[in-house]
Design a protein around this ligand. Sequence first.
Ligand code: ADP
Length: 484
Amino acid sequence: MIEHTKAFVDGAWVTASSGEEFAVINPASGGCIARVADLSAGDAVRAVDAAHRAQPGWAKLSARDRAGILRRWHQLILQDQDALAALITLEMGKPLAESRGEVAYGASFVEWFAEEAKRVYGQTIPAHQPSQRILVTKQPVGVVVAITPWNFPLAMITRKVSPALAAGCTVVVKPSEDTPLTALKLAQLALDAGFPPGVLNIVTGVDAPGIGHALIADTRVRKVTFTGSTAVGKILYELSAATVKKLSLELGGNAPFIVMNDADIEAAVDGAMLSKFRNAGQTCVCANRIFVQERVYSDFVARFSARVRALTVGAGDQPGVEIGPLINADGLAKVEAHLADAVARGAQIEVGGMRHSAGPLFFTPTVVSGVTPQMRMASEETFGPVAPIYRFATESEALALANDTPYGLAAYCYTRDLGRAFRMYEGLEYGIVGINTGIISTEVAPFGGVKESGLGREGGPHGIDEFLEVKYGCFDLGSQDDRV
Ligand code: ADP
């Protein structure tokens, strides 16, 4: 199943100049599944050399030709859906059905931006002088660095790389050291699809700060796109200042999930299950705070708890499993710390609350009620299978509680009142609002956050703009010249 353990630079598979490798661990078993090239900061700069060499030629291709290669990549990813899904589950742990879903979701960005490549329209603007003409065109920003996390080893790469490539940029990807294998398989498929050498490069390595610093310090890199923690995002923001790079940051969230008295409770329970427990709670749009209005509070807690109790926990490659392991020991420790803090401050465990016997990184899906804003899980992202439930009385209280966070990625609200739905949509200080739905991710819509959740949007008609510069040309026509 594992074809590639070397990094991919300038169209070739390369080892680290030091010869070093690092271990990739299966979180379900704790076993080492591969040893992958551990590139240094200096090795990473060689990938920038390649991307920089390749960029003018790639940008000069017609949009149609770039789109054709992207479409072939899309087809090859879908043809290899099962193998890619198996690899995602192996190195990241999510259930196989979710991995298959991730491959389809990830591929959808490749298709979408293959289409968008052809729609990078410019403008002409009526000029301020009679003799002048004003032209506005869009050009690729240049070499892009994409730094991606482990929770969606495939989709977080395609969501960044596809619009960049469609726009005419070349890319150096630094995948998470926890999940490099999926990235390398994507590179193989990109090679098969016909991307020229240097257009897409994958730099694997454990020295993320060193590699990140070298890539961002390089003046040839004109754009950094990052998905990961807010803490690291802030470091990259600072590093980018030195060379005034364009920047997209998709950082942490603290998603509120609000259930009003007038909601369809069964639908709200369905939505909360999907929003909270997908990827064992390890997504940045996972419901992190579930607010339930007083009149339906007990009913919601009872129905939701029953569903959570029935979840099947185990290794992601086992049939019927719905909750896999956490990614690593730090992830597990955070879940336990959040829960211990909540219980110490008076919250009640309705379901779960302890580790799971499936293995050292498994945690039993948990519901905890009576949670209050003073508890740690109210202000930090738990990133695990723990659902905290808060009680509220009024619409304005729900809105104030939901917005009381420096984060602003995704929010959800269940209500059957049309006016309230719009009031909540408008009042929630979030980049994404799901009304009566717990699933909001799609390639056709702009994904991204406000406040400390980040900068920029991925997907939708807006996604490609992040990789384009606007150029304005002012043409003075002079006066009529009748010489023959
Ligand atoms: P997570 O908590 O999801 O692992 P991180 O922000 O730690 O989020 O990691 C996301 C990505 O950022 C990974 O590819 C990781 O290797 C990389 N990374 C971590 N620290 C740094 C850093 N100081 N500079 C550049 N990249 C980093």
